[in-house]
Ligand binder design. Sequence first.
Ligand code: CA
Length: 243
Amino acid sequence: MLLATLPTQAGPEAAMRQAQLLLVEDEAAIAEEIRADLDSRGYAVTCAPDGHTALDLARTRRFDALIVDRMLPGVDGLTVITTVREENIAVPVLVLSALNAVDEKVRGLKAGGDDYLTKPFALDELAARVEALLRRPVETRETVLRVGPLELDLIERSANRDGREIELLPREFKLLEYLMRRPNQVVTRAMLLEDVWHYRFVPQTNLVDVHIGKLRRKVDAAGEPPLIHSVRGAGFLLGEGGG
Ligand code: CA
């Protein structure tokens, strides 16, 4: 008999944490249709009707992904993406466009887009692309990941919290790396089973809970504010709180 389901340690802030999306689309009816659909799927969507507003928002708030229409009045979509990349705002970008030419797709990706979707598209397709983008870790050449007091050295294969060394088994290391690459983002059991364990189906198992439980006891020592949270009905989240 393995461990029973872990008690939820997440505060109300952690439970409320939704993926934050910035949708940049000038056509109000399309923007609203997309926003309503993504909202119904549990995402928090902020809309920007033009490139200037989009850049202001991207600079001042943290988003988990940007969805950028290629054709915008004023600052166009490609310029928005190029600017975001030049300013090293680490966020995945999905480019939307009515232009189907291969050239346009290449331009969108070259400008720094991570994926490209041609209008018209099914909302299911958009949601699937967004989900895939959110799963993809933000590109980083850093060899040391840091979240709050937690450090993970990918070369030395070591971890510490405020200098307190944390000894991790290989699987725990992978699990922590996965969580630290997605700080303040809800990670589901299915994501962990597929991406850390490489299961191709989701078995009926509490494998993830058991490993998270062990990892949590190492990362969150007695008296330390918890960094690993359970999010009821959703999965887990690593972060210092609401995010
Ligand atoms: Ca447009």
